[in-house]
Design a protein around this ligand. Structure first.
Ligand code: FES
Length: 286
């Protein structure tokens, strides 16, 4: 599952938890609150008109009727009725008291926050975890190696590297007989191709290909590299980095973008550079 999908799942879980909390609150408000409390709590309730007051009021009305007063439709007015009630203190256990509103809100808030944290953690883990299939950081299938190699050469004998976007790599040809010793036995060159990382080893700019000079020239600070990524000039501390490559039984080229190989500045260039005018100003960017 991708990081974006996990983020969506996390947001959905948070939304579901919030909706559940809102529904629970609405349900509790829409139902008779007496159903959820203990008998002791009901006995201690003072929200109703006391029965003593009602009885006293009715008694006063009856007495007035007996003393010759005319019966009226108006309710008798009780006077000087004093209702004395002793404060009742009922000890209840937490289980008998049930969940208070404060506790409910605290738990709902904790559950929502916990869900959010879990979603965020999963998304972060997914982002940091090495990708096992597809995309940069994994093995990228670039296609049939023979067909790829043919695309690298122009009719006039010049070379145009093939850019593989998913691998962020330039595919370049190399001469088996002229392969520099510093690239041997590293798994980076086979069947006439190498895969160079597009990233400049100085400060990370993308290094474009310069067709006239037949090399890679960084527009940021002027580092220059040969066709096979050998250091030529500029502030770059080493050659262009390259990836380990492999092949499937069907001769598909696999670029292992999780396996990056660094090599020091080339002592000598095994490929002539420059072979024509440079694409950037001498000693610096374009
Ligand atoms: S980033 Fe390429 S030369 Fe500085």
């Amino acid at each position: 599952m991708s990081a974006a999908n996990l983020i969506l799942v996390g947001v959905a879980l948070v939304a579901i938890a919030a909706a559940a909390a809102a529904f629970a609150i609405a349900y509790r408000r829409s139902t008779d609150w007496r159903k959820g409390v203990s008998s002791e709590t009901l006995a201690a309730d003072r929200s109703e008109v006391p029965e003593a007051f009602v009885a006293a009021t009715e008694s006063a009305g009856e007495q007035a009727a007996e003393e010759g007063g005319e019966a009226t439709s108006e309710p008798p007015v009780a006077t000087a009725v004093e209702v004395v009630s002793e404060p009742v203190v009922v000890e209840v256990t937490p289980e008998e008291a049930g969940v208070t509103r404060r506790q409910f809100f605290n738990r709902a808030l904790g559950a929502t926050f916990g869900t959010f944290l879990a979603g965020f953690g999963l998304a972060s883990l997914s982002f940091l975890w090495p990708k096992l299939t597809g995309g940069f950081g994994s093995d990228v299938n670039a296609g049939k190696v023979d067909e790829l190699r043919e695309q690298l050469f122009n009719e006039d004998g010049s070379v145009t590297p093939l850019f593989i976007p998913e691998a962020r790599a330039y595919l370049v040809p190399y001469d088996e007989n002229a392969l520099s010793p510093q690239f041997r036995d590293l798994g980076v060159a086979d069947r006439g191709v190498m895969a160079l990382w597009q990233r400049c080893v100085h400060l990370g700019c993308r290094v474009p290909w310069c067709q006239p000079s037949q090399g890679f020239e960084c527009p940021c600070h002027g580092s220059k590299y040969s066709l096979v990524g050998e250091y030529f000039a500029g502030p770059a501390p080493r050659n262009l980095d390259r990836f380990v490559i492999d092949f499937t039984p069907a001769d598909d080229l696999i670029i292992k973008t999780g396996s990056i190989v660094q090599t020091p500045r080339a002592p000598i260039l095994t490929v002539k550079y420059p072979q024509g005018p440079s694409c950037i100003a001498a000693g610096g960017g374009a």
